[in-house]
Design a protein around this ligand. Sequence first.
Ligand SMILES: Nc1nc2c(c(=O)[nH]1)N[C@H]1C(S)=C(S)[C@@H](COP(=O)(O)O)O[C@H]1N2
Ligand SMILES: [Mo]
Length: 200
Amino acid sequence: MALFDRKISATGKNTFGKPKLPSGQEGTSKFPVLTYGPTPKISVREWRLKVWGLVEEKIWSWDEFMKLPQTKLKADFHCVTHWSRFDDEWEGVMFKDLCAVLNVKSAAKYVMQHAYGGYTTNLPLQWMLDEDVILAHTFNGAPLPTDHGGPLRVFTPRRYAWKGAKWLNGLEFMSDDKPGFWEVNGYSNTADPWREERFW
Ligand SMILES: Nc1nc2c(c(=O)[nH]1)N[C@H]1C(S)=C(S)[C@@H](COP(=O)(O)O)O[C@H]1N2
Ligand SMILES: [Mo]
């Protein structure tokens, strides 16, 4: 397969001081699509984002969501299937900025991301609050392609890419950890690319 037609080399450190290329990864200019099951096609008119659980429940429409503070983030993307992309520009709402307008209860320690189509993935709230976790709608200056999770996906630069749900439509705040889709199916719960936490 043509995934590594053009290998991209990367040396030195990334923005948070980790090797630009984690061990076991290869740089590519391609952006493969990795989706389990069919691709949900959601227009921004019908799109909603709901938060529930240990938080004051709230639902955003697209227009309301776009009024939240918008940020551009340059970051690298690491997939557990051994490819990495470098220096893409993502734009959207940082999770920490979204959290700032929520009433999260102090008992909330974990967050489950929910997507149209049923995909889920879990992370500690503390890790979701990392400064670079973004709910992204724009990729390199254009609307995020549907295949890659448009209208809105989560991107977690410090974790393997399965820790970001494409077609995000819900955030559940929880007191206890609960494994998401791939975590149930053998992927690591913590997913640190610099420790090669791929599977358990
Ligand atoms: N809703 C949803 N989100 C998902 C997935 C999925 O199947 N469904 N796959 C995950 C996996 S395993 C990876 S590697 C990345 C892939 O993102 P990409 O298709 O944009 O490369 O999305 C993650 N988010
Ligand atoms: Mo993946």
